[in-house]
Design a protein around this ligand. Structure first.
Ligand code: NI
Ligand code: MN
Length: 223
């Protein structure tokens, strides 16, 4: 399996047969290196309604025979924009042809330009027997310990930008709770207010068994 970082909270996961993208914020992200029309996927997982996460989800959806997975209210909103969605909600899991998705809580908010969009979420994606946890935008919460107890997480994608989400110290606590094999920082350096040195996150993992990996934009890791 290959995981590629497209900046901010956007990752492409390529399994043996299927491709899934998280939070495709591309066109309006000056750092993104691919265009929405170049994205070829089976599914788009959108963590919440903020524009830096919904991004180009509707266009990517229309260009592909793909499904958008989101919480019920956000899915209803995206359907009103012509997208094909599979609504879910916190704690629920569903097995799709590409893999299994379970929604976790995220301590954040969720709005679109048209108003509230339900609760934000994180995702547990199981594909090709690998478990990927995309935390979405969130502050640290103690239930991450439970997520770590109930799941053998191969890769945790965690925000470190501070201001809107966890900063590095809280993200390191999150890693302690989640016990993933690999932790990859996200949601930093896109804007000035979330400027961070991701190396400090990696340095904070020293002495643990968890491997910290900084992916540059456009860079991939094979797991
Ligand atoms: Ni947000
Ligand atoms: Mn965000």
């Amino acid at each position: 399996m290959k995981i590629t970082y497209y900046g901010h909270a956007c990752f492409l996961v390529e399994g043996s047969k299927h491709r899934v993208i998280f939070d495709p914020f591309l066109k309006d992200n000056p750092l993104a290196k691919i265009k929405p029309e170049d994205v070829k996927v089976d599914a788009i997982l959108v963590s919440h309604g903020h524009s830096d996460h919904v991004g180009d989800a509707v266009d990517v959806n229309k260009n592909n025979k793909a499904v958008i997975v989101a919480t019920f209210e956000l899915a209803s909103y995206l359907e009103s924009k012509g997208a094909f969605c599979h609504p879910m909600n916190i704690g629920g899991a569903h097995t799709f042809p590409f893999g299994t998705v379970k929604l976790t809580i995220a301590q954040h908010s969720s709005t679109t330009e048209e108003g509230p969009a339900g609760n934000p979420c994180g995702f547990l994606l199981t594909m090709d027997n690998k478990v990927i946890y995309h935390a979405g935008d969130t502050g640290l919460f103690y239930d991450m310990k439970l997520i770590g107890e109930l799941n053998e997480i191969d890769v945790a994608l965690l925000p470190i930008g501070d201001n809107f989400t966890m900063g590095i110290p809280d993200a390191l606590k999150a890693v302690e709770f989640l016990k993933p094999k690999i932790a990859i920082p996200m949601h930093y350096n896109t804007f000035d207010v979330i400027r961070q040195d991701p190396q400090k996150f990696i340095d904070g993992l020293r002495g643990t068994t968890i491997k910290g990996v900084i992916l540059k934009i456009g860079e991939s890791i094979s797991i």
